[in-house]
Ligand binder design. Structure first.
Ligand code: NAG
Ligand code: NAG
Ligand code: NAG
Ligand code: NAG
Ligand code: NAG
Ligand code: NAG
Ligand code: NAG
Ligand code: NAG
Ligand code: NAG
Ligand code: NAG
Length: 498
């Protein structure tokens, strides 16, 4: 998911990112098999492999001195290089740019960018790398090879289990990657949006070569063009161990909606955001039948259906109780909010904004015994046709951090119990038909940093009591109501608005 698809106003998103900013580095298993013998031998670098690494280094331009440790005989002690203790063979080459900064919301990676500092290798990738025939892990992500094409010879590194070329290459993706029969992780994500503006993203002309990668668990092609691969779904559908499938913004062509996929019980993560893959008014079967998926991003996927609208695909929530993240924004969905949401006991983010859904929130969330009330943290229903009042039910959602309900037809008063939602950081109720005054209790919400109540029918007086303990507030919009603001000029506010 990218910012481009996000409706949260910029300021609030940025602040949210700051709050949840996490520099956690992903730690991967080394793929090196433990061996008892390793305790007794300390094999050092093999000369041929050292020469290959040095040749590879000579092809690079290393202005940042990232490879300053690449001197001396023992290439196994060089930065980013790991060898087998037993044989001295190079098993792992991790040259990921050290400056990648990820933005998380909870556990969900929202965005990444390259920070400042000594960040990238440039130059070209020398074919001497093919000498490292025992290599099982190669990560070159976020370096700058001037958007060259992926070198075909990488397909000869037949022991590779992990290949991360994210945000490195443009041009054509070579079918030679299909020779990597041990591959489990293939990351070709071009997240870095500007690549697309600068030189056009990478292009995948067909995916038939995936048939050579039967063990693939993780496939990420997000941000590359798959437009010409008409049979993309047929090729991917064969991958029966697939757990992660990233195909955001791939310009996917319309696929056969009746096809069955072999990964319907293994897939845990699916991102198809920003592709229109439907035809007629049916949602492809395979999307309805994924039973292990915890992260499902289908925003903007059904929006171009010929007849316009689909109704909420209830099969998705009935067939899959594992869902933790569900994004179905901008899909021209009509009809009632689904009634079965409260069956989802792991859901923390529900994003249904930008559809035409009707009905009351209470009906969808309102089961007082539902486990959803303990898990839900992010609720986006903006820009629908939701009506009714904000009932007592929402009171029980103690872990909600974000409520986005702007642009609906919600009536009645703002509930006085809001401070009981003690985790709430962002509340957007703008553009509805809320009536009555703003309850003074709102002034106790010390975690709230974003509050929008504008464009409603609110009346009454706002005093310093309404703002007393809003110590985290950075954004306040109560405009376009019938409110009078009477703040005692002697009161010093406890917040810093931007
Ligand atoms: C291997 O290297 C480790 C750590 O560098 C050292 O403690 C150990 O004594 C070495 N073993 C042999 C057999 O050289
Ligand atoms: C980059 O590395 C050089 C030494 O290799 C160091 O002097 C310099 O301060 C570093 N710059 C940054 C921004 O980290
Ligand atoms: C590839 O590297 C990027 C960072 O450069 C990281 O975010 C991503 O998770 C990696 N992919 C895999 C499959 O580990
Ligand atoms: C990448 O490298 C090219 C050529 O070395 C350079 O012109 C370009 O500015 C670099 N881009 C970034 C983002 O560092
Ligand atoms: C690798 O794949 C390409 C294209 O699929 C093929 O032409 C080539 O012969 C293969 N190489 C090896 C070593 O198997
Ligand atoms: C995938 O499923 C099809 C039909 O359901 C089956 O013929 C094929 O053998 C399966 N492939 C794998 C790799 O499991
Ligand atoms: C769902 O998957 C099962 C097998 O896992 C299959 O028998 C059934 O036909 C599928 N249903 C749909 C609607 O695709
Ligand atoms: C809700 O879920 C139950 C079982 O989980 C199912 O029997 C029922 O048909 C579902 N209702 C709707 C409206 O989908
Ligand atoms: C608010 O109520 C008025 C009068 O009932 C109605 O005309 C208007 O459409 C409503 N606005 C919204 C956003 O529901
Ligand atoms: C603000 O918080 C303080 C300390 O938590 C409390 O004593 C006070 O009553 C609160 N004021 C309002 C208006 O809620």
């Amino acid at each position: 998911m990218r910012w481009a698809h996000n409706t949260i106003p910029m300021a609030s998103s940025r602040t949210a990112s700051m709050i949840f900013l996490s520099f956690a580095l992903l730690v991967f298993s080394t793929f090196e098999r433990a061996s008892c013998a390793a305790a007794f031998t300390n094999a050092t670098c093999i000369e041929r492999e050292r020469e290959a690494l040095l040749e590879f280094k000579r092809g690079l331009v290393d202005k940042s001195n990232l490879l300053s440790s690449w001197v001396g005989d023992d290439c196994c002690s060089w930065k980013g290089v790991r060898c087998s203790k037993l044989t001295g063979r190079v098993l792992k080459l991790d040259l990921r740019s050290p400056c990648v900064v990820p933005f998380y919301f909870g556990d969900v990676l929202l965005d990444q960018f390259l920070g400042h500092g000594n960040c990238t290798l440039t130059g070209h990738i020398h074919p001497s790398l093919a000498e490292l025939q025992h290599l099982n892990y190669l990560d070159l992500s976020w370096n700058n090879f001037s958007y060259a094409e992926i070198p075909e010879f990488l397909g000869s590194l037949s022991n590779l289990v992990y290949l991360n070329l994210s945000n490195v290459f443009a041009g054509k993706v070579p079918c030679h990657l299909g020779n990597l029969s041990n591959l489990q992780y293939l990351d070709l994500n071009n997240f870095r949006d500007f690549i697309q503006y600068v030189s056009g993203y990478a292009t995948v002309n067909n995916l038939e070569w995936l048939s050579g990668l039967p063990s693939l668990k993780h496939l990420d092609l997000s941000g590359n063009s798959v437009r010409n691969a008409q049979q993309w779904l047929q090729s991917i559908s064969m991958l029966s161990s697939l757990q992660f499938l990233g195909l955001a913004d791939c310009s996917l062509p319309i696929s056969d909606s009746t096809l069955q996929v072999n990964f319907s019980t293994s897939l845990e993560f699916l991102d198809l955001c920003g592709n229109n893959i439907g035809i007629g008014s049916t949602i492809p079967n395979w999307l309805l039948n994924l039973s292990s998926t915890t992260h499902l991003d289908l925003s903007g996927v059904f929006s171009n259906f010929d007849g316009g609208a689909v109704s909420f695909p209830t099969e998705i929530i009935n067939n899959n109780k594992q869902l933790a993240f569900l994004d179905l924004r901008y899909n021209s969905m009509r009809g009632e909010l689904p009634k079965n949401l409260s069956n989802l006991c792991h859901l923390f983010a529900l994003k249904l904004g930008g559809n035409d859904l009707t009905g009351g929130i209470s009906a969808a969330l309102g089961n007082p015994f539902s486990c959803l009330q303990n898990t839900l943290r992010y609720l986006d229903l903006q820009g629908n046709k939701i009506s009714g009042r904000l009932g007592d039910e929402i009171r029980h959602f103690k872990n909600l951090e974000y409520i986005g309900l702007s642009g609906n037809s919600i009536e009645g008063p703002i509930p006085v119990y809001l401070p009981q939602l003690s985790s709430l950081k962002e509340l957007d109720l703008g553009y509805n038909n809320l009536t009555g005054g703003i309850p003074e209790s709102i002034g106790q919400m010390s975690n709230l940093f974003y509050l929008v109540l504008s464009n409603n029918l609110l009346k009454g007086v706002v005093t310093e009591l309404h703002l007393a303990n809003l110590t985290s507030l950075t954004w306040l919009d109560i405009s376009s109501n019938e409110l009078a603001v009477k703040i005692n000029p002697k009161v010093v506010p406890h917040f810093n608005l931007i």
